[in-house]
Structure formats: structure tokens, C-alpha cells
Design a protein around this ligand. Structure first.
Ligand code: FAD
Length: 350
């Protein structure tokens, strides 16, 4: 097991509930590794409503999704959890010694005594372009995220989408960035189904300016087909509002349709599910597999309400529920953070 991280607890999902799970485990002096397929913590709060106010977090009359996430990050700081972001947990397998083998899409591997699934509505994945035959070019000529901008320098690009990501990358590859842009493309064509954008007005204005200066091109239409050569993508076919389909040549196609959550690999870990939610008990929030707990939006039990508040409570009881597995000899007493010198030490507030 060279390179495998051995640990007491792995948390799948760094949404608000996964983050608070770090805190509750931390009070019991359990260190955790936390994994998220997104490149940043916060789950739905950050991905879906960073600037919207939440009014039902106890003792916080109003807090935005971003503020709640920032506060949780600050609150869990003393516990030094290790974050593994931008990778999806793909594999969970029970080992003979009772531990679990956990692996991610980036090849990070763990052997852990317990798992806390805080996967919310699933892992956020880029929405794909639904055109026949396009899948085989994914990663080579069709991309749903930019990992390495240098790969697109000097290329003829078609960028599909009308949100901030599509606009930002289109401007970037046009050389419209302040930093002198080291990754200027040979050409950039933006394709969006309508002449209206869900992006910052300044970016839209800049894009129109570049189009007027013939530095990039904007086509209204939908990608309806691909244009193929011998095992190579030569371009895409775009059907315009006028019903006419035109071939648009491209070396590389970048698609930014936003992210949508998918339950994904969690469904394959042998856990009892009910309508795509993980069944848990309400004493420990343990799943049908002892040692695997599920908290937050991903779980279900009689009376479940998908609220952040409920997830926080579940995380507390799951942490206590996991103690006998992680540390069977240790007796756990409930202590108050206000008065316990031991907890003060753990929190670093002595
Ligand atoms: P999530 O926030 O969904 O986070 C789960 C994380 O797990 C995600 O980041 C995902 O990428 C990751 N993940 C999943 N599977 C994997 C995997 N296999 N590998 C790696 N990572 C994975 N609730 C309230 O209480 N009050 C409100 O006012 C409120 N307003 C809302 C407004 C909107 C618009 C929306 C959409 C929701 C609102 N909610 C509100 C609901 C609240 O956001 C959710 O209850 C909360 O986010 C659940 O937290 P979570 O940590 O369980 O899951």
C-alpha cells in the first residue's frame, strides 16, 4: 500500500455539512481528510447561491452562502483537516481488516476506519454537449474545463456557452487579459444559442468590442453535429436561428454549459438507498454499512428535511457514533466548548 494515506476519517464532500463534520470530529480529536470534486469548498452554497442570503442558520439572522462557507472554514481551522479538492471519490471498498479503501479520480488513495458521506445532491459535473459521436473526442479536442490553458495557444478555438466561464475564456484566449496573455489562440469563435448572456455585463461589452474589431467572432446558434475527418474532429456544425446549418472549423472545442450535480459513484458503493438518497438511522446517521455514515442532503430517514441546520445536527451525532470504531478504548463524555479545558486546548483557545 505504498502512497496510501492511512487515516481515521475520510469525509466525502466539502459542502457546509462536510465542513462542519470536520469540526465535530475535531472536538473528539479525530483528524479528517476531506474530498470534493469541486476545486473549492462550500458545495451548493458556493456553487448555486454564493450571494444569496440564508435566514435560517441559528443565531445568524442573515448570512450569504459565501459568508457561511468562509465562517465554517474559519471555525474548522484549528483541526487541520487535509483538503483534497478537484477530485471525485470514485471507489469505496471494505477491506479484510475492517477498514475502507477509498480512491479518487486523481488517484489519491486512503485506508480509513470510517467514512462520512456529505455528498449533498451529488458531485457537480460539467454539463456536456449532447451531440452524437462527440464523446470520443472528450479530453483530446473537446473540453468541459480548462486544466492547462497553454494547450490552446495558437489554436483555432470554438467556445460554446453564454455564461461567465464561456465569456471569460473567450476573452482570455483572445488576448484581452491585462497580464499580456501568454496563451493567445489563433482564432476564437464564440457560439451561443441566443444573443443574450448570463455573464458580467463588462465581459459581454468587451466581447462585442472584440467582435467589432474582428478579433473574435460570435455566432448565434446551437451545435447540432460534428464535422469529422479520419479520427479527427475538424469542427462543429452550428444550426442558427434561421434554420441554416453551417460548418464551423475548429482545432479545439471548449464547452461551458455550467455544472449539474450527479449522484455518480456513490450509488455503486453497496449502500442501501431510497430514491437516490442514502438510508441512515437517526441515532448515529450510519448507513447500511457499519463504519460508513451519511450526513446532510444525501441521506434520508423518516422526517428528513434538507436543511443546513439538520445537517449540522447529523454531523454531531455521526461523530459520536463513529468513536467506538475509531477509538474503541476511549470513553467519550459530552463536554461544553464554553467550559471544557480539554476542548479549549483542542480548539487552540487556551
Ligand atoms: P452540498 O452543499 O450539496 O455539498 C456536497 C458536496 O459534495 C458538493 O460540493 C459535491 O461536489 C461533493 N460531492 C458529492 N459527491 C462527491 C464525490 N463522489 N466525490 C467528491 N465530492 C463529492 N438550506 C437552508 O438550510 N437554508 C436556506 O436558506 C437554503 N437556501 C437554499 C437556496 C438554494 C438556491 C439552494 C439550491 C439550496 C438552499 N438550501 C438552503 C439547501 C442547502 O444549500 C443544502 O441543504 C446544503 O447545501 C446541503 O449541504 P451538504 O453539505 O449536505 O451538501
Amino acid at each position: 500500500h505504498a502512497g496510501v494515506i492511512e487515516t481515521d476519517a475520510v469525509i466525502v464532500g466539502a459542502g457546509p455539512v462536510g465542513l462542519f463534520q470536520v469540526f465535530e470530529l475535531g472536538l473528539l480529536e479525530i483528524k479528517a481528510h476531506i474530498i470534493d470534486s469541486l476545486a473549492y469548498p462550500g458545495g451548493q452554497c458556493i456553487e448555486l447561491y454564493p450571494d444569496k442570503p440564508i435566514y435560517d442558520i441559528p443565531a445568524l439572522p442573515v448570512v450569504t452562502g459565501k459568508e457561511l462557507t468562509d465562517n465554517l472554514m474559519k471555525q474548522i481551522e484549528p483541526f487541520g483537516a487535509t483538503f483534497h479538492l478537484g477530485q471525485e471519490v470514485t471507489t469505496v471498498e471494505k477491506q479484510e481488516d475492517g477498514r475502507f479503501f477509498v480512491a479518487t479520480s486523481k488517484g489519491t488513495q486512503f485506508l480509513t476506519k470510517t467514512i462520512f458521506i456529505a455528498g449533498g445532491v451529488g458531485s457537480f459535473q460539467p454539463r456536456t454537449l449532447k451531440v452524437e459521436g462527440i464523446d470520443k473526442y472528450e479530453g483530446s479536442q473537446v473540453h468541459y474545463r480548462v486544466r492547462n490553458p497553454a494547450q490552446f495557444a495558437g489554436k483555432n478555438l470554438v467556445i460554446v456557452g453564454g455564461g461567465d466561464s464561456a465569456l471569460d475564456w473567450a476573452l482570455n484566449f483572445c488576448g484581452a487579459n491585462d497580464d499580456g496573455n501568454p496563451h493567445k489562440a489563433e482564432s476564437v469563435i464564440l457560439v451561443h444559442r441566443r444573443d443574450g448572456f448570463r455573464a458580467a455585463p463588462a465581459s459581454v461589452a468587451k466581447m462585442k468590442e472584440l467582435c467589432d474589431a474582428y478579433e473574435m467572432q460570435f455566432i448565434v446558434g446551437q451545435v447540432s453535429d460534428i464535422d469529422e475527418g479520419d479520427d479527427i474532429l475538424k469542427g462543429v456544425k452550428v444550426t442558427g436561428g434561421d434554420g441554416v446549418t453551417r460548418v464551423v472549423p475548429a482545432d479545439q472545442v471548449l464547452v461551458f454549459f455550467g455544472l449539474s450535480p450527479k449522484l455518480g459513484p456513490i450509488a455503486e458503493w453497496g449502500l442501501a438507498l431510497e430514491r437516490k438518497q442514502i438510508l441512515v438511522d437517526t441515532e448515529k446517521f450510519q448507513t447500511s454499512v457499519p463504519g460508513i455514515f451519511a450526513v446532510g442532503d444525501i441521506n434520508t430517514y423518516p422526517g428528513k428535511k434538507k436543511l443546513i441546520l439538520s445537517g449540522f445536527h447529523e454531523a454531531a451525532l455521526a461523530a459520536f457514533g463513529a468513536m467506538p470504531i475509531i477509538n474503541p478504548e476511549k470513553r467519550v463524555h459530552l463536554q461544553y466548548t464554553t467550559t471544557s479545558p480539554k476542548l479549549h486546548k483542542v480548539l487552540g483557545v487556551e
